[in-house]
Write a protein that binds this ligand. Sequence first.
Ligand SMILES: [Zn+2]
Length: 457
Amino acid sequence: MDSGDVMLKAHLLFIGGDIPAMAKMTGHAGHTHYHGCRFCMIHRGFQERRMTFPPQLKEIQQQTEDDLDLTVTGRHDCRRPKPVIRRAHTYRTVDKYLRQNKVCPFAEFPTFHSATFFPINIMHLLRPGIGKQLWSIIQGTYGTDNCPLYLPNATQELIGARIAASRNLTPSSFSGDCGDLSFQSAKDGISCLQNAVKYWIKWLEDQVNSENISPAVFTINQHYLTHLCKTIEQLEDDYWNDDDDNKEDNDIVRKGSKMDEIFLPDNPDSPEIWGPFAEDTIQSLRCRGALGHFWAWRNETYEGISIDPDQIIETGSKLYNKDKNTYGGTTRESLIRMYIYVDVSKTKKQSVIERRQRQYFGEIKYFFKHGYVLQGKLCDKILAFVELYKLNRGNGPWPYKTENGGKRRVVVEASDIIGFEGYTKGMDTREYIYWSQKNTHTKKELPIDYRLEYIPK
Ligand SMILES: [Zn+2]
């Protein structure tokens, strides 16, 4: 940069935090008050000395904000209106009735989108919030005699012991099937979640009405569940909006998570290597032999291929690939499946080469960019240094490796990576490899080179 100053445009899209922090930032009194929800105008109830937020009954769902003063406090009764989602302007003025004690300082921002600007804190989400409460229902906190989910102490302890014992059977990764959730299929996920929430709240309500479960079960966490889908939808819209008007803004959000990147400047679709970065010689990075094989394969001969062991290369731990996945960084995201071109000719004659793709599995060590002059022309590639596993055929569809099964290190192109793989340890010494089979009916899978017989030593 020559001119010195760089102008950056930043947009505040959401604000999150725990309950006291949210109360401060929204200017709202918080969940212990009569209008205890920062998303909507629900009136809280009071059961067994606890604040409750029971769902509304169907027949009065058509009511509006103006009908609010018809409601009665406290008990879960049919005069309660359907809670109205608060609109942006209600955060801009002090309203003692709504417990909007102060003007929300963020409500004037052009990016402010009302209630969903304040996403639900992790403490109220499925695992720590709802999961914990589900366990409370099982433990009998909301009734024991008729509660259909109540389990006696001995059974609870047995479940705990069984979960602990099953730990090594739990697959380490479902990435193969979940990897694209954050990018494309969130809409399906939302409608599935929406139905699940509706079903769960309705079921609880039936149990409460039949006096099987105490009405105290309708805590603020249960109520926040009903706002969860809207909040996620808003997050998704702001992050992954493909609208051209917002293109510039999206790039800011999307690339915000990394400091720098390595890519091929002459290729607009180039994969990008992301940090953390490191620098070392080819010798110390132990990729000299594999890099030699890689260029010889492209050169169609080993003649004239020589890799300088003292050349310093910059490596990165993550790769943002064309399939919009980010590989590397953690163990889970480093286990990958690859389609690699190899020579499958059975003859030993060097002049006979039969180029075919075979399927391989292994673990990413690092990514780097490397250039080599082939036939008088500099050729740049984004590469991955990978440890391939030797595998055995399993009885089912999944191959397995054993602890001393053997590995071989290779250099592959970023485009050879086709997805994540999962990994799970059986009760014996077998370590099973599995992957998403979502598309197998449309495309025949390539044969697996189990023993790495086509990979040069
Ligand atoms: Zn609410």
